[in-house]
Design a protein around this ligand. Structure first.
Ligand SMILES: Nc1ncnc2c1ncn2[C@@H]1O[C@H](COP(=O)(O)OP(=O)(O)O)[C@@H](O)[C@H]1O
Ligand SMILES: [Mg+2]
Length: 160
């Protein structure tokens, strides 16, 4: 299992990987190996909220497995914020970055729409299951940048 110490070591050694890792409004996702990654949130309350939701969803295989929850030491968190949890890595459907310029990139928008069309029924089913099993509303944020595949099964990856 990946521990807090291993994550700290990884971040110290792999600055380039960390700075190129995908991020959204709330967190950055750093892939540590093929199976595990870490999500680093700006805020403690959003980290805790996402952690609780993902933990509940993982029980029903509606989200990736979850590991340790921890805070980075101040010395590191000045650069990277500090509120983390370990997550299983899902196969993403489209590279996603919180970057408005991308929306003006026609090819990217087209690809986004095509993949959305392809997965729309499966995304709806996933939303319904999350609502029913863990009583959580994913629908408003259920775009294809927030879902992924685990063993071919569609799962939610953004529980914030
Ligand atoms: N479990 C995961 N497996 C693989 N990639 C992930 C995972 N979680 C997040 N990501 C990647 O990181 C990006 C940002 O994570 P996300 O949870 O959507 O953050 P935000 O809440 O800030 O949008 C995702 O769009 C995706 O590319
Ligand atoms: Mg997201």
């Amino acid at each position: 299992m990946i521990t807090k110490e291993k994550v700290i070591q990884f971040i110290k050694k792999n600055n380039n990987v960390v700075s190129r890792s995908p991020y959204g409004v709330q967190c950055r996702f750093i892939k540590l190996n093929d199976k595990w990654g870490v999500k680093v949130f700006h805020r403690k309350d959003t980290r805790d909220y996402a952690y609780d939701n993902q933990k509940a969803a993982a029980k029903y295989k509606l989200g990736p497995q979850i590991g340790q929850k921890f805070d980075l030491p101040i010395t590191l968190s000045e650069d990277y914020d500090g509120y983390c949890y370990i997550t299983e890595v899902a196969k993403i459907l489209i590279k996603y970055r919180y970057d408005y310029d991308r929306w003006e990139d026609h090819k990217y928008t087209k690809l986004w729409d095509e993949i959305t069309e392809k997965y729309k029924n499966r995304i709806n089913t996933l939303c319904m299951k999350l609502q029913k099993k863990i009583n959580w509303d994913f629908e408003t944020d259920s775009h294809i940048g927030n879902v992924g595949l685990l063993n071919g099964k569609l799962v939610c990856i953004d529980f914030g």
